[in-house]
Design a protein around this ligand. Structure first.
Ligand code: HEM
Length: 415
């Protein structure tokens, strides 16, 4: 890992071989993001490249995410709408649909559900851990399995089986968030998965409409009758239920993997977190602080719809992409005190894991609950240690992370 001089190397290569310079930069964004961002914040907080502009300071990042007239969500429109067959709140800025459906979904994902959801998550995580042998693939058996089961039992969207639900999520989110070069095969796989998912959901909504509606989030949606002129019909219900899966599983599994990897790499911290895991309130700050040191979503993409001068003075010309580096903003020393220290007392507003501004995560309450409670139940198990490397699809989505656990006393006494 280099400690400085990224810009000098990038600038020099940019003169002679711009494509190679871009390749170097995107590689660093994956492997060296903390020192790279530190240098950019200090020396070139807004870096314009031929492919995108990178914004790294807290104030600039939050401004980009809160000015939808200048910085739109257009980069999501084509992949997500191709998969779903129609718009969803994350693909449109400030439209009546976005305004209305974000409101409806905030009501449906009631914060009051949190205690019940925490209990459900805890039971699912404990059952998965009890069923595991000495070695568990924690991504497959816990970090994906628990969110998929929550999708089934709390959202009311089980899919034909968990493997199919998992495949739909991965195919659509790969095209939406990890296909910057626009690989047509990735798009085709997403469109096919999206069409299958929407056909399934239309049938599921019709089945619930015939009754019984059910006690879950889908049941709530079906029991909610809005006046016809608002256009919240069964197709909109199906699209929003698709959004529950798509917003959730990859983000939750990726975030849990990164938190666990950070804790395992710092044994004294792991020991403190394991001790705090006896109490959910005491434990949760460990999760968000560990995630700050390795956020799953490091940059949020926007399209520059028009010229914009940031409050900091930087001029961003219209046309092209801007990446709002939330991972950098959360280390900005002007806003985040002593950013290199692992601290449990950070104010909520310094954390950007669930986005910022008009598109901030509508699933923040369930998302937070499932991540924290799954990890808490895992850390209550003694003797956790990595048994192999994390394997990722496209270097992004974790697929496997073998972990060794001490056999619990009740299992040992049986042999
Ligand atoms: C229960 C689970 C979840 C659901 C249903 C959900 C759903 C959504 C939806 C619908 C949006 C778009 C909101 C809008 O356009 O107004 C969104 C945004 C976002 N979500 Fe979630 N989400 C969930 C979990 C998570 C998790 C676990 C994370 C990460 C830790 C996350 C991070 C984000 C971020 C960063 C955004 C902002 C995207 C942007 O501004 O481009 N979400 N979420």
């Amino acid at each position: 890992m280099r400690t400085d001089g990224y810009l000098a190397q990038y600038d020099a290569l940019q003169q002679t071989d711009p494509a190679a310079a871009l390749g170097l930069l995107t590689g660093w964004l994956r492997t060296d993001w903390r020192p790279l961002f530190a240098e950019l914040r200090a020396r070139r907080p807004v870096l314009a490249t031929p492919a995108f502009t990178l914004v790294t300071r807290f104030g600039d990042v939050t401004e980009v995410l809160s000015r939808p007239a200048s910085f739109t969500v257009a980069a999501y429109t084509s992949p997500m709408e191709a998969a779903l067959g129609s718009p969803i709140m994350l693909t449109r800025d400030g439209t009546p649909m976005n305004w209305r459906e974000k409101g409806v979904m905030q009501v449906m994902l009631a914060p009051e559900d949190v205690p019940r959801l925490r209990a459900l998550t805890g039971a699912l995580a404990d059952a998965a851990l009890d069923a595991a042998g000495d070695v568990i693939d924690v991504v497959e058996s816990l970090f994906r399995a628990v969110p998929l089961a929550v999708c089934a039992r709390y959202f009311g969207f089980p899919g034909p089986d968990p493997a199919t639900l998992s495949r739909w999520s991965r195919a659509v989110m790969t095209d939406t968030t990890a296909n910057l070069i626009g690989d047509p095969a990735v798009r085709a796989a997403s469109v096919e998965a999206g069409a299958e998912m929407m056909a399934y959901l239309r049938a599921l909504v019709a089945e619930r409409r015939a009754g019984p509606e059910g006690p879950d989030v889908l049941g709530r949606l079906v029991r909610t009758r809005l006046p016809a002129e608002l256009g919240f019909d069964d197709e909109r219900v199906a699209v929003n239920v698709a959004g529950l899966l798509l917003g959730f599983v990859e983000n939750a599994a990726g975030s849990m993997t990164n938190v666990l990897a950070h804790l395992l790499a710092h044994p004294p911290l792991l020991a403190r977190a394991a001790e705090a895991a006896r109490d959910s309130e005491r434990f949760e700050p460990y999760v968000w602080e560990a995630l700050r040191f390795d956020p799953f979503l490091k940059m949020i993409i926007r399209y520059r719809a028009r010229d914009h001068v940031l409050a900091s003075g930087a001029h961003l010309p219209g046309g092209g992409l801007v990446l709002a580096a939330v991972a950098s903003a959360m280390f900005d020393e002007n806003v985040v005190a002593d950013p290199g220290a692992f601290r449990l007392d950070r104010p909520e507003h310094t954390r950007l894991h669930f986005g910022y501004g008009p598109h901030a995560c509508v699933g923040v309450h369930p998302g937070r609950t499932v991540i924290a409670e799954t990890l808490r139940r895992l850390l209550l198990r003694p003797g956790l240690r990595a048994e192999g490397e994390i394997r990722r699809d496209r270097g992004v989505f974790p697929d496997s992370f073998p972990l060794r656990l001490d056999a619990p006393a009740w299992k040992e006494s049986r042999v």
